[in-house]
Design a protein around this ligand. Structure first.
Ligand code: GH3
Ligand code: MG
Ligand code: MG
Ligand code: MG
Length: 299
């Protein structure tokens, strides 16, 4: 079910909130806050799709709130429309410079407000869709390589700044004898097999800070936040076990003739300052798992 877009109205006067609520409630989930602090508290619970923001408010004014929103990763992408009695070009410029997408002067024309809100929400929706596409692997629905590296770079930056409290692990996964699978079952079945393996990897996700990605063709990488390598190894072993339990026939593979995976695990350390360095350690562990007979996890 699709939910109505959520619009947060921030204004210190009830009359303004009521007027905007009346105008927009038919098509949108309209909620309100009567101060900047209240708005920030609301934003922590759920991010709105759009904010309608008054400028003149006691304590924190609209410009300041807008700047705070722009400075935080979680809120920087939420479009803000100022809706204010301040009507000079200087004030409008200041509002747009603070990062607002639009500026509406009170008293407002209801149908223009509705039209602007609708257009900005459509733009926001298109942007969200594009971002999801840019971050997602289309075959498996996991994160793609680009998004994985963006996140890894962020994690490394954070770890460099706070080495004492930083900890995370990488699991590099490679499907065993997958060339033989393709050769005997065909590429279409191969793609379907990768989707099923990805499904197992996805179900190992524990919280929003974990990231499961398709690293390359039949290779996957899990970024496990706040996880040391022995815990990461257990998670990888569970994935390994679950993939073998799928019992997907791979007639040309030795042993049980089923699809299995191998994995290498590495934990972040301050003496390995680059993403590539840590990936190389995980890759060496993966290589050792392969050499030791596959269908297993190595540190
Ligand atoms: P190993 O156990 O040593 O990993 O053997 P392997 O055969 O899995 O290793 P190799 O790297 O030689 O083969 C990987 C194969 O994965 C080659 C390629 O045909 C297949 N592959 C890579 N990407 C895709 C994909 O998107 N779809 C399908 N169907 N096959 C893919
Ligand atoms: Mg006001
Ligand atoms: Mg491979
Ligand atoms: Mg392989």
């Amino acid at each position: 079910m699709r939910h109505d877009p959520y619009i947060l109205v921030v204004d210190d006067q009830m009359a303004n909130i009521e007027a905007l609520g009346e105008l927009l409630a038919e098509h949108y989930d309209v909620r309100f806050a009567m101060s900047g602090e209240q708005a920030l508290a609301q934003l922590n619970k759920q991010a709105p799709d759009l904010i309608l923001l008054d400028i003149m408010m006691p304590d924190m004014d609209g410009y300041e709130l807008c700047r705070i929103l722009q400075s935080k990763v979680d809120t920087a992408e939420i479009p803000v429309i100022f809706i204010t009695a301040l009507a000079t070009p200087d004030e409008e410029t200041r509002g747009l410079d603070a990062g607002a997408v639009d500026y509406i002067v009170k008293p407002f024309n209801p149908s223009i407000v509705r039209a602007r809100v609708r257009n900005h929400l459509a733009f926001k929706h298109a942007k969200d869709q594009l971002r999801i596409l840019a971050q997602t692997d289309s075959l498996t629905g996991l994160a793609n390589r680009r998004f994985l590296f963006e996140r890894l770079l962020l994690e490394f930056e954070r770890a460099r700044d706070l080495p004492e409290t930083s900890m995370f692990s990488l699991v590099l996964i490679d499907v065993d004898y997958f060339k033989r699978y393709n050769d005997s079952q065909g590429h279409v079945a191969g793609d379907f097999c990768l989707q099923r393996v990805a499904g197992v990897i996805k179900s190992a996700l524990r919280n929003p800070n974990d990231l499961m990605a398709r690293y390359g063709g039949e290779e996957f990488c899990c970024l496990l936040a706040a996880t040391q390598m022995h815990e990461a190894k257990l998670i990888a072993e569970r994935i390994c076990q679950s993939v073998s339990e799928l019992a997907i026939p791979n007639p040309k593979a030795p042993g049980q003739h089923i699809v299995t995976i191998s994995a290498g695990v590495a934990q972040w350390r301050s003496d390995i300052p680059t993403v590539e360095g840590l990936l190389q350690i995980a890759d060496q562990a993966l290589y050792n798992a392969k050499a030791a007979g596959r269908n297993r996890v190595f540190l």
